[in-house]
Design a protein around this ligand. Sequence first.
Ligand SMILES: [Mn+2]
Length: 432
Amino acid sequence: MELDRCLELLYRGRLLPEVTIEALCFKLKEMLIKESNVIHISTPVTVVGDMHGQFHDMLEMFRIGGKIPDTNYLFLGDYVDRGLYSVETIMLLITLKLRYPNRIHLLRGNHESRQITQSYGFYTECLNKYGGSSRVWNLITDLFDYLVLACIIDDELFCVHGGLSPNVQTIDQIRIIDRFREIPHDGAMADLVWSDPEENGMNTRDSSFDNSNSGNSNSNRNRNNMNGNSDIAEDFLIETSEHFQVSPRGAGYTFGRSVVEKFLQLNGMDRIYRAHQLCSEGYQVYFGGLVTTVWSAPNYCYRCGNKASILELYSRDSFYFNVFEEAPEIRRNTFHNDSSNNISDWNPLSDTEYYNEEMLTPQSSSITTRKIISDYFEEDTLSHISRRNNGFSLLQGFSETNELNETNMGVDVFSDSYQSKSASNRRVEYFL
Ligand SMILES: [Mn+2]
């Protein structure tokens, strides 16, 4: 198998044959099965948040942040669902991991799951792109079971997709999780990919955690006991339970500053980097910098209007949030004018001059890109490209009307309407 040939095709937005995907997934499982649940890496490294099938924006991200293997990357999960190009996105990442195993690391997000991908786009996309067969979806979701759960950078920066868990006091407790499985509904593994920091958690504890009315603490204990964790974890839970709250997402918890401070102190960590929540500016800092959210899907779902960022860590105390916006429309339309595998032969990575110029001007990349990229097309090519013409019809469960008119809140916590309402008073919105 020629990985470089696969990369060449994937960078051009092509779909690989099923048999090739099978071989790539098999080889990557072989590699990942040897990895600990918690991997250790060193700076310099660039941390990337949710991509959610926004393939063109991921290429934009590589243009801005530097390509592999010139730049080291840590991806925090949520590669699939929501966007229209989950297959292209995850297959490029899988192949890059096989080709440059020490240059790119992939954590598991809550969407790297059989259950979630059946509701949020990836399953349907696989069927649409592979002749109605679910085999590619099966191959890739089987691979998801092998992805690692957390990463520690320079021995003191803890990275995870979602956040902390009342069932995880020490990082060693993450190391002993049997991760080679579907993400469970609750317990430590679920919490790591589902939980969120909550800045105001401490302010609300008096009303929310009066034992006489809320029952949340009991609920936490029941969940803990169901997973058979130790007395130590139980003590940790009791001590900090007022700072873990049941998440509005319906899975995982929200956690406050005291939980974070205790976790960091116990484990000799300095701060936490995580993804999982849409940020209008591309990143969000919590608790004076103890927790930071990195979000890397610009204009999420092709309509949220948010910025994205990647976190460039040069050393443990030197970093830069490289903020970027969605890829110019000309580039997304260059690849896919319809949902078939019909694309142009243009390969962005084959043109080094174009590539380098962009990398020199990351902050104005969007404008620069528009100018430079237009030089590569004749005027008539430009004129017939329509704007976002094939965006929403394929988005699973994503309907403007539905969201605006939905009144039956609280039934399906995974629904957009529920999450939209939950997000209305937050700076960081809750989306899956
Ligand atoms: Mn997520």
